[in-house]
Design a protein around this ligand. Structure first.
Ligand code: FE
Length: 434
């Protein structure tokens, strides 16, 4: 997230985000665009209309006072007003009308940027709606996985595998000290839940150089880890028994030792050195107990990603927006933006290492932390009031972004948050020594 964002930057981001949305809807038939009634995912047809509604709401209608560009849009697409379970039965416009509404709103937003540079406040609102679309695009991506649809086709696909293959075992030592957890003011757009950096004390710790791999997680499964009561706390055991989990959700046992894993609509052999993904916070914790490890706290994760050693080895207070420093992500540094359409080995991207030697702190998989999602001191909701506040206290913090996350949105201060039972998200984890 850059401090100075021009009208041209915003137009480019709006166009890029919308192109990704359309790629994610492409190739699906009418039934797939609605999908089955589901507890978590939305009908895609509803969700794309909601994106246009959100753009309108925060740019054209609120600040400019324009009337909606579709009659009755609030009753269809306002996520705060339209209960999740009803989104399959309300009279949604068909795809051509939905796309036409989206195009009208998009054109109005672009026109608004043609005449003059945005104020900083306007630039923040534009980024809010762009990142909102980016988040939904990531959700579309895992919805296609959840429902077993074909993999999306992204124009910006990566042609070559990144440098580095295989496992990346071992820990690094991170020095203790006072860490300023959260976003520092003056760095450009940030979400309300990252405001603002505040001191927290971090004791020295040892954290894995890489996320837990499929091979490592398979050893936990093979050792009876899902059945051993000692590894599951009461809530985790309730979750496990409620959904009948015996292994990660998309794994299928082949013979005594081997697994295949479903990726979108195909099964493939489990890649041993890729990070385990689509595991819930409960599964991550059970693995940690089995391994004699634990999840990092949110502050530890951030210190390992954004911190650097002071001359005496303690934790320097200076923060990096990216593990490698100030420069924005590139395809050489992190598996973001969907270019590989999935995970790569945990040893990949040596150029993206943090100052302590942690690899892939950004990209590949989101990483569960031990921390509940709570407001930082002095929290006040921003324009999008329903974003953070309703989720405080019931979710866990994830950090770092996944392969489908847009690089423009994520940095070392970005806080994602999901319930501990979610395993549809592109989430894995890394562990800390006890
Ligand atoms: Fe939304």
């Amino acid at each position: 997230m850059t401090a100075q964002v021009s009208a041209a930057d915003l137009v480019a981001m709006l166009q890029d985000s919308r192109a990704r949305t359309l790629e994610l809807v492409a190739g699906l038939d009418r039934a797939q665009r609605m999908g089955p009634q589901h507890d978590i995912v939305n009908p895609l047809l509803w969700e794309i209309g909601h994106l246009a509604w959100f753009h309108e709401q925060f740019i054209l209608r609120g600040p400019d006072g324009h009337p909606p560009l579709m009659d009755g849009a609030d009753a269809l697409y306002d996520s705060a007003r339209v209960p999740h379970a009803t989104r399959w039965s309300i009279p949604l416009p068909a795809l051509p009308e939905t796309l036409a509404y989206m195009a009208r709103v998009h054109a109005a937003l672009i026109r608004r940027l043609a005449d003059r540079e945005p104020t900083p406040e306007e630039a923040d609102l534009y980024q809010l709606v762009i990142f909102h679309e980016d988040m939904h695009d990531e959700a579309f991506t895992y919805t296609r996985q959840t429902l077993g649809y074909p993999a999306p086709a992204f124009a910006a696909s990566a042609s070559a595998r990144p440098a580095g293959t295989g496992p990346w075992p071992g820990d690094v030592a991170v020095g203790g000290g006072t860490w300023r957890l959260g976003a520092e003011p003056g760095g450009g757009f940030v979400f309300d839940n990252e405001k603002w950096a505040h001191p927290v004390s971090v004791a020295p710790f040892r954290i894995a150089r890489a996320p837990v791999t499929n091979a490592e997680f398979a050893a936990f499964v093979a050792d009876g880890g899902y059945r051993e009561a000692a590894y599951w706390d009461a809530e985790g055991a309730r979750w496990r028994d409620g959904c009948g989990a015996e292994h990660p959700i998309y794994w299928t046992r082949r013979g005594t030792r081997d697994w295949t894993v479903r990726r979108f609509d195909r099964d493939a052999p489990l890649a041993p050195d890729q990070p385990v993904v689509h595991v819930s916070w409960h599964e991550a914790n059970a693995y940690c107990r089995w391994a004699g490890r634990r999840l990092p706290t949110e502050a530890e994760w951030e210190a390992a990603a954004a911190g650097a050693p002071a001359r005496d080895g303690t934790l320097d207070t200076a923060k990096r927006p990216y593990p490698w420093g100030e420069a924005a992500p590139t395809p050489e540094r992190a598996n973001l933006d969907g270019g590989h359409l999935g995970c790569v080995d945990v040893a990949a991207y040596p150029a993206g290492d943090s100052a302590w030697g942690c690899r892939q702190m950004l990209g590949n998989v989101w990483e569960w932390t031990a921390s509940p999602f709570l407001p930082f001191p002095g929290f006040a909701p921003d324009a999008y009031k329903e974003y953070s506040e309703p989720a405080f206290g019931t979710r866990k913090v994830l950090r770092g972004g996944a392969w489908a996350t847009r690089a423009r949105m994520v940095d070392t201060a970005y806080r994602n948050f999901f319930g501990p039972d979610r395993r549809d998200v592109f989430a894995g984890f890394r562990t800390v020594a006890l």
